[in-house]
Write a protein that binds this ligand. Structure first.
Ligand code: XMP
Length: 518
């Protein structure tokens, strides 16, 4: 069994930034796990972390129902870093004083550090940190001294080097904190003695070994392959572990982009040979959505049909007792708590599997990417050698092109949106912008306008181009694509794609618009 990486535990007190702390720790090449703050000291001891981070949280330690920790946590001898609420909790639990501040501190605050403290090694004496708090520590517990202060706060950071307990009032995990990452790295490397053994190469070896152990010599696994990053990387990893004892089911609903089905077929027959079932359900789906123009009804029909196709294939397979899924870490953790053990994921397009199918998977669910963030999944994909387009594939909705044909769907309209999308993708890639623009596609509007071609008047469709930049898809901006590029795309589409005689560029942010048109 390959060597397990050192791990840090992050106790989650419900802060909006907890996932960010975890990502920063991973960026520092240290494995970490987010666990609910209600975890017992005994469980922590069993997990034997090299360090513990107490996250921020919305409560005040002085509230009657505020989450607390057992004081014995601080006697485990494991280094601790308390962040914001985690600092106040530490002060409160160990006999310091926490009070409501005269002024709420919010935003970028200049902080002066004692750079002789191991937590602050290598930092500037003055550094701007991101604060967001109403309560603060006014008296440190015994054994602690202040190692950072600001104009309004005497204890921006406090330390008990002997016990290896450190606390910060600010948020080192957010990028607004100038030297925040250095604080986290100092905690991990100077205080916890981490070696930086969390690499994707190590992860791959370990994941392959644990898949083999879990599935056994003869076990068989089924996976729904969507062509998306997560399921493709999961398939590649499992294929490396157990070869064609992995059966991948790819449902071709006919709403995929140009070339996607072919690329899935190529990759998972040649590069990562698995037992690949491509279920050609194009006609079945098209018949189901014929005449339907309401977006939500389209989604529901496609979702249900997708499950039905997958279930039909699953019922045909003999002796396949494990179901694999491309679940990733953000699916597993949620603020303030960690979701329980794996259940068969009900993807928002898929819904749960029928009971008789779920019951076939007596071995349970295999989720090799369960502990990874999206950027780590991409790194794994790259290291495994999956094609770049697959690893860096932009998000693509489950119902696919069906929600990019506004109104009722026909084969001809699908062809228009698929061909125009291919041109758009080609041109954006040729302009070297495919990594800068987070999502881009064409939409076949339901509007026809008059145009002229040669001597003839035409009455054809308006096609819209949508291209957005965003960090999280909750809010987006429209991409400022160069005019020359837009001109090239427009000229190519009207020349090469039938039934389009006018092109518009969507210049709306989200909110108020959404990314997709339907
Ligand atoms: P909206 O349009 O809601 O989209 O701003 C935000 C992100 O979600 C994607 N999206 C979907 N993904 N099934 C999916 O799997 C859907 O029904 C769906 N609708 C929107 C969208 O492409 C964007 O990335």
């Amino acid at each position: 069994m390959p060597h397990q990486p050192q791990g840090v535990l992050i106790l989650d007190f419900g802060a909006q930034y907890t996932q960010l702390i975890a990502r920063r720790v991973r960026e520092a090449r240290v494995f970490c796990e987010v666990v609910p703050c209600s975890i017992s000291v005994e469980e922590i001891r069993t997990k034997a972390p090299v360090g513990i981070i107490l996250s921020g949280g919305p409560a005040s330690v002085l509230d009657a129902d505020a989450p607390h920790v057992d004081a014995s946590l601080y006697a485990l001898g494991i280094p601790i870093l308390g962040i914001c609420y985690g600092m106040q909790l530490t002060a409160y639990t160990l006999g310091g004083t926490v009070e409501k501040a005269a002024e709420r501190e919010y935003g970028r605050v200049p902080v002066t550090f004692d750079t002789t403290c191991p937590l602050c090694t290598g930092m500037k004496r003055e550094s701007v940190m991101w604060m967001s708090h109403t309560y603060h520590v006014t008296k440190a517990p015994e054994g602690f001294t202040s190692v950072a202060h600001s104009k309004n706060c005497a204890f921006c950071a406090m330390a008990n080097p002997e016990k290896r307990i450190y606390c910060v009032q600010f948020h080192p995990e957010v990028t607004h904190s100038e030297e925040g990452q250095m604080i986290l790295q100092n905690f991990l490397y100077q205080v916890c003695g981490c070696t930086g053994d969390w690499t994707m190469t190590a992860f791959i070896d370990q994941a392959i070994a644990s898949i083999r152990e879990r599935v056994g010599e003869n076990g068989r696994v089924m996976l729904g392959l969507s062509g998306g990053v997560d399921s493709s990387v999961a398939a590649a990893l499992i294929s490396r572990a157990i070869g064609d004892r992995l059966t991948c089911v790819y449902v071709d609903h006919g709403f995929m982009r140009k070339g996607e089905t072919e690329s899935v077929r190529e990759v998972f027959t040649r590069q990562f040979p698995v037992s690949l079932i491509i279920c050609d359900a194009r006609k079945r789906f098209l018949d189901k959505v014929a005449g339907v123009s309401d977006p939500e009804t389209k989604r529901k029909i496609i979702g249900a049909e997708f499950v039905a196709c997958f279930a039909d294939e699953a019922r045909k397979l003999e002796n396949v007792t494990f179901l694999a899924q491309g679940t990733i870490y953000p699916d597993v953790i949620e603020s303030g708590s960690v979701k329980g053990s794996a259940v068969i994921k009900s993807h928002h397009n898929v819904g749960g599997l029928p009971d008789d199918v779920a019951q076939r998977f007596t071995g349970g669910v295999v989720e090799p990417l369960r502990m990874l963030f999206k950027d780590e999944v991409r790194k794994v994909g790259e290291e495994l050698g999956l094609p770049r387009e697959m690893v860096w594939r932009q998000p693509f909705p489950g119902p696919g092109l069906a929600i990019r044909v506004i109104g009722d769907i026909t084969e001809e309209k699908l062809l228009t949106v698929r061909e125009s999308d291919a041109i758009l993708r080609e041109e954006i890639a040729a302009a070297g912008l495919d990594r800068d623009v987070n999502q881009y596609f064409t939409v076949l509007t339901n509007t026809r306008t008059v145009g002229v071609m040669g001597d003839e008047r035409t009455h054809d469709f308006v096609l819209a181009i949508r291209a957005v930049t965003t960090d999280d898809f909750m809010t987006v901006d429209w991409a400022r694509l160069p005019y020359e590029l837009l001109a090239r795309i427009s000229a190519r589409i009207v020349n090469e794609v039938p039934h389009v005689n006018r092109i518009v560029y969507d210049i709306t942010t989200k909110p108020p618009a959404t990314v997709e048109w339907e």
